[in-house]
Design a binder for this molecule. Structure first.
Ligand code: BTN
Length: 245
């Protein structure tokens, strides 16, 4: 099913990821989308709270991730979502949106969008992509090393149509979901590299167990970040990333 062929809309809900999980358990197919006007329990990475007031685009997509599960490349899913968001923002506003590892979208160095990818059912090949974009809502200080968070409205200086953004984004997501189904995840990695704001920078990565400082050299086939430190090359699967300069 095409991404967004069936959309479930709520004025207010706990979290689009949670509602999508329930719908998947009820047997709805990959491609369905849940959109909420407000989330009362929006979740970010590492179990953080994600502020989700009116005016933002808060949505989740149920994905058929069978090919990436087989190849152990789940990390490609959130990367593809950040590329789709960056392209959609640029298409609507002409702002240069860039992607920051692991899966944020930035405008002028400020975080505009966060993505929460979750594995739902390995056997059935199901994954969830949760996407939160600050569009016309006001934002508070960034919590995860983004010097400041921002909204599209703040950066472009006018209101942006949520409907238009949703429409363009679902198309962009569908295009890349097809690429993943066809086994072309290398094209997604290449696109991410070309949109990257992280590669080539001096970064500090904080994981649950350690801190790594060095130059962000590349991503591997699973989307893990390869960091050149003074004495060795380290591959990081997950963590917070701070751009040091
Ligand atoms: C991050 O920490 O950067 C990821 C934020 C992801 C937020 C989105 S909003 C839609 C979906 N539902 C949630 O509860 N979280 C994700």
């Amino acid at each position: 099913m095409k991404v967004g062929q069936k959309i479930f809309r709520y004025d207010s809900l706990t979290s689009t990821n949670e509602v999508l999980k329930e719908l998947a358990q009820d047997g709805f197919e990959p491609g369905i989308v849940v959109i909420g006007g407000i989330q009362t329990k929006g979740r970010g990475r590492l179990d953080r709270t994600w502020e989700s007031p009116e005016g933002g685009l808060w949505l989740s997509v149920l994905m058929d991730a069978t090919p990436v599960f087989h190849d152990n490349k789940f990390g490609v899913i959130p990367l593809m979502a950040s590329c789709a968001v960056a392209r959609s923002i640029t298409a609507l506003t002409e702002l240069e949106a860039r992607v920051k590892w692991p899966n944020d979208v930035m405008i002028n160095g400020r975080k505009t969008c966060g993505i929460l990818g979750e594995i739902l059912d390995l056997e059935k090949g199901l994954a969830i992509i949760g996407i939160g974009i600050n569009v016309n809502n006001s934002v508070r200080e960034g919590y995860d090393f983004s010097p400041v968070s921002t909204s599209i409205h703040e950066e472009v200086g006018r209101e942006v149509s949520l409907e238009e953004l949703e429409h363009v984004l679902l198309d962009e997501l569908d295009r890349r979901a097809v690429q993943i189904t066809e086994g072309s995840s290398d094209d997604i990695l290449e696109e991410w590299r070309s949109l990257s704001d992280t590669l080539g920078r001096n970064v500090r990565i904080t994981t649950t167990t350690c801190e790594i400082v060095g130059i962000a050299k590349d991503i591997d086939e699973n989307g893990s970040l390869i960091v050149d430190t003074d004495d060795r090359e380290v591959t990081v699967l997950a963590g917070d990333c701070e751009h040091l300069e």
